[in-house]
Structure formats: C-alpha cells, structure tokens
Write a protein that binds this ligand. Structure first.
Ligand code: SF4
Ligand code: SF4
Length: 120
C-alpha cells in the first residue's frame, strides 16, 4: 500500500515553512539546499514558494492530492520532519487535517494505516 503522504502533499502547499538558517549551513551540519530557501528574517530562512498567497514549496514534486513527494526528502527542514500524518501514530494531527481540508481532501482515518510503506 502506498504511504498516504505520497498521494497527498497538501501540507507542502499550505503552510509557510520557516526554519533556522543553520539548517542550511553545511559547516554547522545543515543539509537543506540553500538555493531553495529565501531569507525571512535575521534568524530564519523560508522554503521558497511557501510565502505565496497560494503556497507551494519549490521542492514539492507532483500533483497535490494525486501523486506528490518531497524532492529533497533526506534534506528537508526539521519543521517538515515534525509534521505528523493523522493517525500514523494513533492520533489525529491538526496540521495534517488543516492542510487536507484546505485542498478539499478527506481527513485521514485509522483505516488509512493498515500496513504502509515508508515514504520514499
Ligand atoms: S502529513 Fe498529511 S497533509 Fe501532509 S502530506 Fe501527509 S497526509 Fe498530506
Ligand atoms: S521541503 Fe519537502 S517536506 Fe518540506 S514543505 Fe517542501 S516539499 Fe514539503
């Protein structure tokens, strides 16, 4: 069964994705591609595209609600790693639910998690 996030991507096209600049600084162990982020303030970068009136992260590949994935999955910011899909861990996720509603997608339910493969 395909991981539900790979048929979604809504959260990558709904929220502003801001993170500490050090996450894009290799000398400090940062791995986020600097060229995909803009400066937000003296302390933070923001993933390009996520500040738009209709946000869509520049790293998002594919079509929201159909087939979508993060093009920098191994190098995504910490805030992206912290978003939990609803019911993956047995509880709802406000961020996941809000993003899916905004894109007209049904909320995930426990039935979406019988046996899933990890996102690629
Ligand atoms: S966490 Fe939720 S909103 Fe984000 S991609 Fe996964 S299913 Fe979609
Ligand atoms: S970096 Fe990847 S996981 Fe984070 S918002 Fe962009 S596409 Fe989504």
């Amino acid at each position: 069964m395909l991981h539900p996030c790979l048929r979604c991507g809504a959260c990558c096209a709904h929220f502003r994705v801001a993170f500490h600049w050090s996450e894009a600084e290799p000398s400090l162990g940062g791995v986020v591609p600097r060229e995909l982020a803009d400066t937000l303030d003296p302390h933070r970068f923001v993933m390009r595209g996520t500040q738009a009136s209709r946000p869509r992260c520049v790293a998002l590949q594919g079509a929201v609600g159909d087939a979508a994935h993060c093009g920098i999955y191994e190098r995504r910011p910490s805030v992206c790693r912290e978003v939990e899909p609803s019911w993956e861990s047995g509880r709802p996720s406000a961020q996941c639910d809000k993003a899916r509603v905004a894109h007209g997608l049904p909320l995930l339910t426990p039935a979406d998690w019988p046996e899933v493969a990890a996102p690629a």
